[in-house]
Design a protein around this ligand. Structure first.
Ligand SMILES: [Zn+2]
Length: 699
């Protein structure tokens, strides 16, 4: 005999016809759900299951969760909650859903003024979209979630690979989702979606969703992409190769660089070579990003020269090419970035130009992920008070940058060791274990992926199959090849570069002179207070991580063996300094030169000899050297560093007798505090202004 409850469920079963009807409201007449889309909806709505859907972008996952949310609502369940980092991109879909009678609203940082109205009307919604960061806001957790909790019709986790430690862009905010899932009734359907996840990530996400989670996983082949690798050892030659290649490739595209400064330098060099391109990085303002994305979509730009900041969700179906100057650190990230090309076209070109510097940059990014145990313990001790502590105040207590403090706090927050309250952070008093095994495991995984990327560069087998295998694509057939990549066709892109073009690009990328960041205020919490008087903007020959100028500067500073030649015209470094000085638009020309010493005697001697030579070339007074303390200052955080630098320098060897600005020559400027402290002291001592001049910037 069939039980009553069972009968009721089957009586309310949503049909495929009805789901298709809803889809037609969103996507237009004639639209039909594909079998795999219907399978997902059926599992969620009729079987109330937990599902992981791994499907490439463009598969139509938003239609699946809009329709499932509506059907659940019609069956009398509560509104669905969708957690997605791509809310801005969903504006169009939300509008389309509204036309089909699906009521959706979003709560995100951009519409704070509407939150009260949305929260008041939450009961009448079909679905609420939020960003993962919202789950970590105390207000949202205290006021909004309780209205939904228990009554959530379905939970959707978009970009679900972020839930996994093992995902290539794990986000601490996502760990909160795992806690939310744990507290949901077993009958609440959960849908996790992602376009890229290998077996390890799939297993991890499934473990967090529950053991009987079903999965729907599609193949990862992209029939439009032609993959190529071009090996050129010289970095400026790679830039020139790109300038030349742009004239042979159709359409508009993206050129990815690994660092912000590289993206800006390459954009500038390509612009000079006559290409309509622009840089797009983490430093680009939100409004400007929007404008640049639109310009690329409208083909007004040949390319955006971007870092990974041009990331998840950027959608231009006819993107003609993706070039990488430098390889990302894992096949998953690489696959995701090249996947933006050729979504709506038959053919798109994909080129990777790897370099020997890539590994160093991967190491740097890996090193900033989680601070060492001792530092985290300091942070916890600082929060063990009765009053909330702000992140700004923590900066004065713990020697970590703001970004890394934020990162550590988020991890501690989801681990339950600290909590965010109004006015800052507090320790919860719960014991916290530094999970050494987990961090070591992550480091191993990272190293394995970096090696796989090197294998991809070197392979003579089909490149698309290589990537699909590394991403555990279940549909790869034995002996299958793509027939489009350079290894399949045997047509390897030519490595020759027009000599005149190469020379021009080389000269531009190596042209000396970059501005140093200027410090204007002493950091909060340091012994020095307020505005910094007398220190003018400075310059450096180049950045240590520049593609073009970097290697020579790095070698020079490593040896510290450089001493200026007697005739400056015969000396490449003096010529570069003279070029920088000649192009400096100062209000008043410096009249004397001072060298800034360091704890390393060889380095101090190099800087002093250079300062003296520059004084002679520029007919300025060489006014001696500032002597540094015997130890390198280790503090990285601003307030710590400024305090450690107080009384660190000895100015008795400086005698600037000519009245006027001082040029202060130094080796490397990183945070800028060392040179700023010395410059401010000199400015005060001699009642003048000081202009810093460095060999290199390390930022
Ligand atoms: Zn192939």
């Amino acid at each position: 005999m069939m039980s009553e409850a069972c009968y009721r469920v089957s009586a309310m079963n949503a049909t495929r016809d009805h789901a298709n009807h809803l889809l037609q409201g969103i996507a237009g007449p004639g639209a039909q759900l594909r079998d795999d889309q219907w399978a997902a909806i059926d599992a969620l709505v009729n079987q109330r299951r937990r599902m992981l859907v791994v499907q490439r972008t463009g598969w139509g996952k938003s239609a699946v969760y809009f329709i499932a949310a509506k059907l659940l609502r019609e069956a009398g369940h509560g509104p669905s909650l969708i957690v997605s980092p791509l809310l801005a991109l969903m504006r169009n879909q939300v509008a389309a859903a509204a036309r089909a009678g699906i009521r959706a609203a979003t709560i995100n940082s951009a519409n704070a003024t509407e939150w009260d109205a949305i929260q008041a009307g939450i009961g009448s919604l079909d679905l609420l979209l939020i960003s993962p960061e919202r789950l970590n806001s105390p207000g949202f957790r205290a006021e909004v979630l309780p209205q939904l909790a228990g009554g959530i019709g379905m939970l959707v986790v978009d970009e679900a690979h972020c839930i996994s430690d093992w995902g290539h862009d794990f986000r601490p905010d996502y760990r909160r989702i795992a806690l939310l899932i744990r507290d949901l009734p077993a009958t609440t359907p959960v849908l996790a979606t992602t376009a890229t996840a290998n077996d390890r990530v799939v297993a991890d996400v499934v473990a967090q969703l529950g053991a009987d989670t079903g999965s729907i996983r599609g193949g990862l082949d992209r029939e439009s992409l032609a993959l190529n690798v071009v090996q050129l050892p010289d970095p400026t030659r790679r830039a020139a190769w790109i300038a030349q290649y742009l004239s042979t490739v159709e359409g508009s595209g993206i050129i990815y660089c690994l660092t912000v400064s590289e993206a800006h330098d390459l954009a500038e060099a390509l612009d000079t070579a006559g290409w309509n391109v622009a840089a797009y990085t983490g430093r680009t303002e939100a409004e400007e990003r929007e404008r640049l994305e639109q310009a690329l979509i409208a083909n007004e730009l040949k390319a955006l020269v971007a870092t990974s900041a041009l990331g998840m969700g950027f959608d231009k179906p006819d993107l003609g090419f993706v070039i990488h100057l430098g390889a990302p650190s894992s096949p998953v990230s690489y696959y995701q970035q090249i996947g933006r090309a050729g979504r709506g076209t038959d053919h798109a070109e994909v080129v990777l130009l790897p370099g020997p510097e890539d590994a160093r940059i991967w190491e740097y990014f890996a090193s900033v992920s989680m601070p060492p145990e001792q530092t985290v313990r300091q942070l916890l001790a600082a929060l063990d008070t009765s009053e909330p502590v702000s992140t700004q105040r923590l900066e004065n207590v713990v020697d970590l940058s703001r970004t890394r403090i934020d990162q550590a706090l988020k991890v501690l927050d989801v681990d339950g060791a600290v909590e965010r309250v109004r006015g800052g952070w507090l320790s919860t008093g719960a014991t916290w274990e530094y999970d050494e095994e987990r961090y070591a495991g992550l480091a191993n995984a990272r190293e394995r992926e970096q090696n796989l990327m090197l294998d991809y560069e070197a392979t003579d087998q089909c490149r698309m199959i290589f990537l699909r295998r590394e991403l555990d694509d279940p549909t790869v057939a034995e002996g299958e090849v793509c027939g489009r990549c350079d290894n399949c066709t045997g047509n390897h892109l030519p490595v020759e570069v027009d000599a005149a073009l190469a020379e021009r690009m080389d000269a531009q990328l190596k042209a000396p002179g970059i501005p140093l960041p200027q410090r204007k205020q002493w950091p909060t919490g340091s012994a020095r207070k307020g505005k910094i008087p007398g220190v003018l903007p400075g310059k450096a020959l180049g950045r240590l991580n520049d593609v073009a100028r970097g290697p020579a500067l790095t070698a020079l500073l490593r040896d510290s063996a450089y001493r200026p030649a007697a005739d400056w015209r015969q000396d490449q470094w003096l010529r570069r300094f003279v070029e920088v000085l000649a192009g400096w638009d100062w209000a008043q020309r410096p009249v004397s030169v001072v060298a800034l010493g360091s704890p390393d005697p060889a380095r101090s001697a190099m800087v002093e000899a250079t300062a003296a030579a520059l004084a002679e070339v520029g007919r300025m007074q060489f006014a001696g050297a500032v002597a540094a303390g015997p130890q390198e200052i280790q503090a990285r955080n601003s307030a710590f560093r400024v305090n450690a630098l107080d009384r660190y320098f000895d100015y008795s060897g400086v005698d600037a007798t000519t009245q006027g600005p001082i040029l202060l020559v130094t080796d490397v400027v990183d945070s800028g505090w060392t040179v700023t402290v010395a410059a401010a002291d000199l400015a005060q001592r001699f009642g003048t202004e000081v202009l810093p001049l460095a060999f290199a910037s390390a930022s």
